[in-house]
Ligand binder design. Structure first.
Ligand SMILES: *Cc1c(COP(=O)(O)O)cnc(C)c1O
Length: 397
């Protein structure tokens, strides 16, 4: 066998799964800009330029607002490892896969997890968190997922955040799927630590994790009894590079410049569209998709009032081979959607309408392809009803 590789030539898939989502063409273009030095004044300016729009999309004035090198999970790890220490008690809301992942990280920090649980597809009720806060003794942090990508639930946070503060705890939220796709008000809701990822609604490739930290949380971090066990994600050191003045900026690690160009362009696109219109667009297209799915005789897994617009879970009907359907979508229609896993293994498909991928065209294309694949498996449906219902919904909104 020869060691020579052929030129890379990958298909342009329509990515309508739980992530990665479609990358905006302008983001790809920004990524071809030259790599420059990490202390180059031009690059430092780029860091500063990125922090301001990040504060805008997080709806925060937090000084500590930056991006961690790594995917959404790196953001989760940075958030948890910096605020949690051995011996702490942390209330972790677990109603899906990502809450479970947070729980594992908290345990790895040597802290005690007080779980608050709900079924996969339901929200965590504030009363549950309140009961945990009352019975657990001093709680340092309440950890919660805003948009649960494994279940399609949008978790209301404001009331839970208020309860956490009432009991002297910080609140830490995962907004990997929700940032710039759903309403998320860091300051108004009082969220202390919140992280996201570039690869969901920001329409950039996976690789950076935007994060914002309140002054109270920074104080908790500054008063830790022992150093953060992760060197790479030590926020105090990261802050010295991102936030330091031109003379005090210290080398910590080489930032992946290309990903910062991607994030910057992704944010520029969000601000051009406007945060509110963008969130509206995610709603409008998700509603059209939901209308189409129901008109085809399929069911949605989550009650309408708790549905996450960037990610929808569709119930797999009786007698349908869910994997064969996904394969048909990919190979015959070039469309990727996701499978259910964990408690929803084999029960749902996960459809992402995120960032640039959330469009009327994509909703209609997916419904058309889904119909073809369902008919192929002998599912009885009213031909064209899904696309028609979605089109009606789009015209009405
Ligand atoms: C995708 C996702 C993550 C993890 O992000 P990666 O980029 O896969 O590391 C974490 N939390 C939620 C809610 C997600 O949707």
């Amino acid at each position: 066998m020869s060691d020579n590789l052929s030129e890379l030539n990958l298909p342009h898939r329509l990515l309508l799964g739980p992530g990665p989502s479609l990358v905006h063409p302008r983001v790809y273009r920004a990524m071809t800009q030259p790599v420059i030095g990490m202390f180059d004044p031009v690059f430092i300016q780029l860091l500063d330029d990125t922090q301001r729009p990040l504060r805008t999309v997080f709806r925060t004035e937090n000084d500590f607002t930056m991006a961690i090198s790594g995917t959404g999970t790196a953001g989760m790890e940075a958030a948890i490892y910096n605020v949690v220490e051995p011996g702490d008690t942390v209330v972790v809301c677990r109603n899906g896969y990502f809450g479970m992942r947070m729980s594992e990280m908290v345990e790895r920090c040597g802290a005690t997890v007080v779980p608050v649980e709900a079924g996969w597809g339901r929200i965590i009720e504030p009363e549950q968190v309140e009961a945990a806060l009352k019975s657990a003794g001093p709680v340092k942090v309440v950890a919660i997922v805003h948009g649960e990508t494994s279940t399609g639930v949008l978790q209301p946070i404001a009331e839970i955040s208020r309860l956490a503060h009432e009991h002297g705890a910080l609140i830490l939220a995962d907004a990997v799927t929700s940032l710039s796709g759903c309403e998320l008000l860091i300051d108004e809701w009082g969220i202390d630590v919140c992280y996201s990822g570039t690869q969901k609604c920001l329409s950039a490739p996976p690789g950076m994790a935007p994060i914002t930290v309140s002054a109270q949380a920074l104080e908790v971090i500054a008063n830790r009894g022992e150093p953060v066990r992760s060197w790479y994600f030590d926020m105090t050191m990261l802050g010295r590079y991102w936030g330091g003045g031109s003379t005090t900026r210290a080398y910590h690690h080489t930032p992946p410049m290309t990903m910062l160009y991607a994030l910057r362009e992704g944010l520029r696109i969000v601000l051009e569209e406007g945060l509110e219109p963008r969130i509206e667009r995610h709603k409008r297209n998700a509603r059209a998709f939901w209308a189409g799915i129901e008109a085809m005789g399929l069911a949605l897994h989550v009650a309408e009032e708790h549905r996450l617009t960037p990610l929808t879970t569709v119930r797999v009907p009786e007698g349908i081979d869910e994997m064969a359907l996904r394969q048909g979508l990919l190979l015959e229609h070039n469309i990727e959607i996701g499978r259910g896993f964990g408690a929803l293994e084999g029960q749902v498909w996960r459809v992402g309408l995120m960032g640039v991928g959330s469009s009327a065209e994509n909703v209609l294309a997916l419904l058309f392809a889904l119909e073809a694949q369902l008919l192929k498996q002998g599912f009885g449906l009213d031909r064209g009803a899904g696309v028609a219902a979605a089109a009606r919904s789009l015209n009405a909104h």
